[in-house]
Design a binder for this molecule. Structure first.
Ligand code: HSE
Length: 404
């Protein structure tokens, strides 16, 4: 029998408990051992819980319990999750987490400690909710040099954008629904301002390219400035607006990372990814493109990824290669080096002015206002041109390229 503890009985933590209870038989069959939740740490009272005796408010009850070999950390945030995780690993316990903020911020150190202690620190649930992506990157796709990863990494914003585009709902109403469904972070600013997607692309880039990406250095824009006019004009041109996390390895081995709204062509598979679903496109030098799709947030989908990590540890799988190195100075390239097109809505300039600056390849919308898509170029070059255009820029949104 393997005894585990859960830190944090919120949306994901209670989902882990629920799955461990309801699927106990199949978990035993798949892992070879019975997996039992011995303690749950939470500062709140759970007097009505059928197993209220499992709850403690003192982490030491778990840390000092030698019967507990695996700890599930679903507290979220940096503290006390960081302190608890580090102590647990140093005490020789494996830790499984859904906490992307912690992995993105302290993953390099925690993975090193886990390796030194010969235990596991697994984080499948930290990216894409229930979608398997971390293990496939390190396993099935391991023979590839990964060159690019991009996709929809945040369920809450995708849910909001879908409701706004399809049902004409207001931003506030759609956000409230995402919160009620347990998709949104405790502070939903992390979702709508893009920080959650930033942490996820940070983890994917670190793992795929083998060097730690600094989340603080990732250019991050959320969806709060997207207007219904942007949505309508984009639609008229054959695009939908999605929040996209993007990373690419440059030819000289540096990493470009960015989170921002993008116009996605209607014939690109990412355009049809709706509601809470996430989709992650991985480009490898041998396999080409692979897309991972599924529920990117929510209690049971995310908890299922956590429990899968627990099962993997119980089975004795060796996951010590889930690691990345410190990055050298200058590893992160400026996001403006990436090639994009820009969707622009402008006032006070004419179509001829635009063609003079961006050339005849510019695509114009058939609408009452001046709205166009520039030919592709490095973003820094497009910005220089945009400065010379003059007039008033109402919106400026990146456009996903054909090959993306
Ligand atoms: N708030 C996150 C999302 C939860 O909406 O995607 C899953 O990481």
């Amino acid at each position: 029998m393997i005894q585990i503890a859960i830190l944090g009985y919120g949306t994901v933590g209670s989902g882990v408990y629920e799955i461990a209870e309801k699927n106990a038989k199949s978990i035993k069959r798949k892992s070879g051992k019975e997996v039992v939740v011995k303690r749950i740490l939470d500062l709140r009272e759970f007097d009505d819980h059928p197993h209220k005796e499992l709850f403690t408010k003192d982490f030491d009850d778990i840390l000092n319990d030698s019967d507990i070999s695996i700890i599930v950390e679903t507290i979220g945030g940096l503290e006390p999750a960081y302190r608890f995780t580090k102590s647990a690993l140093l005490a020789g316990k494996s830790v499984v987490t859904s906490n992307k903020e912690l992995v993105a911020t302290h993953g390099t150190e925690l993975l090193r400690i886990a390796r030194e202690q010969n235990v596991n620190y697994l984080f499948e649930a930290s990216v894409g909710g229930g979608i398997p992506i971390i293990r496939p990157l390190n396993g099935c796709l391991a023979a590839n040099e990964i060159t690019e990863i991009f996709g929809i990494l945040n369920g809450t914003t995708n849910y909001i954008l879908t409701k706004m585009i399809k049902d004409g709902e207001s931003f506030a109403d759609a956000l409230r629904q995402a919160q009620e469904k347990g998709y949104a972070e405790r502070n939903p600013e992390a979702d709508v301002e893009g920080h959650d997607a930033c942490r996820k692309i940070c983890i994917l880039a670190s793992l795929a390219f083998g060097k730690a990406v600094d989340a603080d250095k990732i250019h991050t824009e959320g969806i709060t400035n997207i207007t219904s006019e942007d949505v309508r004009e984009a639609e008229g041109l054959g695009y939908v607006i999605k929040l996209i996390g993007y990373t690419k390895k440059t030819e000289d081995g540096r990493a470009i990372c960015r989170v921002s709204p993008m116009l996605v062509p209607e014939d690109n598979p990412l355009s049809g990814v709706e509601d809470v679903f996430n989709a992650i496109m991985v480009r490898g030098d041998s396999i080409g493109d692979v897309m991972f799709y599924g529920r990117g947030a929510g209690k049971l989908p995310t908890a299922s990824a956590v429990v899968a990590d627990v099962i993997d540890i119980v089975k004795g799988a060796d996951n010590k290669n889930f690691i990345w190195d410190e990055a050298p100075e200058g590893y992160m390239a400026c996001y403006k080096e990436a090639v994009v097109s820009l969707f622009v809505r402008a006032k006070g300039v004419t179509k001829d002015d635009v063609i003079n600056v961006f050339g005849s390849e510019t695509e114009f919308a058939h609408s009452d206002e001046l709205c166009f898509i520039t030919p592709p170029a490095q973003e820094k070059e497009l910005d220089k041109k945009l400065e010379t255009l003059g007039g008033e820029i109402i919106s400026r949104i990146r456009v996903m390229q054909e090959e993306e």
